[in-house]
Design a protein around this ligand. Sequence first.
Ligand code: ZN
Length: 189
Amino acid sequence: MGENEEKIVMPGDKLGIIEQYVPGEGTYDDDGEIKSSVLGNVKINQKKRIISVDSKFGKPALLKKGDIVYGQITDIKPQRANINIECIKDNPRPLALPYMGAIHISQAKKDYLEKLGDAFRIGDIVQAKVVKITGDNVDLSTVDKDCGVLKAMCTRCRDYMHTTNKKDEVQCNSCNRKEKRKVSTNYVN
Ligand SMILES: [Zn+2]
């Protein structure tokens, strides 16, 4: 591909390999393969061997410590809950990478928590704060009042649940089952 040719790529499209080019802005190194993290035009700096992608929607959003994010619980382990981070609060730009985050059991709520399943369940939509980023690992906290579950999903029938007058309790809209959660003050009933 020449320097003046235009080529549009999608996020995740393979652009080359790490032996060929240096991954520049709008790209990431996926185990030796350089892929696009945005929708845009491919640019190659032949002298410096840098490949980059100019986003059609401005620079993509990168996570940083202190950001408030929204995501969905994908897995619950004894010590941590995994979250697929969907977007950053008050930031309409798409995320540069498909970030995965984790909430350690000590970062779920202020009070003692016997098990993480009393705070989150798979499928729940949560609001969380970024407390630490190490490489691809994003540590999240839901200790703050406005953080926690925004929308809970019933473990029996998978329908959404509403809050009750008891703290950190939700009830299924369909089967009336009651479950525990770390409920956010922004819970969507
Ligand atoms: Zn139910």
